[in-house]
Design a protein around this ligand. Structure first.
Ligand code: HEM
Length: 159
């Protein structure tokens, strides 16, 4: 149960919780699909450009905006009076780190990967290196989001 903070409009607060969970659910679900598209594209290299461009489109126009919506609704819940327990501070810190990696590293890396694939092909050493790096960065962001989710659900007493 998501008890609204004292003095907060119950409907508005619950609506924020709904948008928050729905938006982050969509983002996490889409992120999980990236590995499927990339693995399928890697098996059939003729479709690899389509798969990578599809992942980039989803990332730029759906997943990341949903994470931003998650952040905005999170801040609004706190502004409506939701107490910030230590686990939530840690979750917020991991969120900021994950978003910085998403926009600062993963997005430009995926662009370079798509360009290098078009210019040099899937067998090229530079492309292979970029592909490996973007998979590693993708994995790291996935771990950060799962840790955020674990913190939110288990609400561990940290300090
Ligand atoms: C990847 C990022 C995030 C994910 C996946 C996520 C997911 C969730 C989930 C699943 C819940 C519901 C937990 C439950 O039912 O007990 C929740 C609650 C909450 N989240 Fe997030 N969240 C994220 C980021 C954030 C951020 C950045 C903030 C703050 C700026 C935030 C603030 C909150 C608050 C205040 C609640 C409690 C709502 C309530 O129970 O009244 N979240 N989050």
């Amino acid at each position: 149960m998501h008890t609204p903070p004292e003095g907060a409009n119950p409907f508005l607060y619950t609506l924020l919780v709904f948008i928050h969970i729905f938006a982050t659910m969509v983002a996490v679900g889409l992120n999980a699909s990236y590995v499927i598209w990339i693995l399928r594209g890697s098996k059939e290299t003729a479709s690899l450009p389509f798969a990578l461009r599809g992942v980039k489109f989803i990332d730029d126009y759906v997943a990341n905006p949903c994470y931003l919506a998650g952040g905005v609704t999170g801040v609004l819940m706190i502004l409506m009076g939701k107490a910030v327990a230590p686990f939530l501070w840690v979750a917020i810190g991991l969120y900021v780190l994950a978003m910085a990696i998403a926009y600062g590293v993963y997005t430009p890396l995926l662009s370079r990967q798509i360009q290098t694939l078009a210019a040099k092909g899937a067998g090229d050493a530079e492309y292979q290196q970029l592909a490996q790096r973007s998979n590693q960065v993708g994995m790291l962001m996935g771990i950060l989001v799962v840790v955020i989710l674990l913190l939110k659900i288990f609400e561990p007493p940290l300090w």
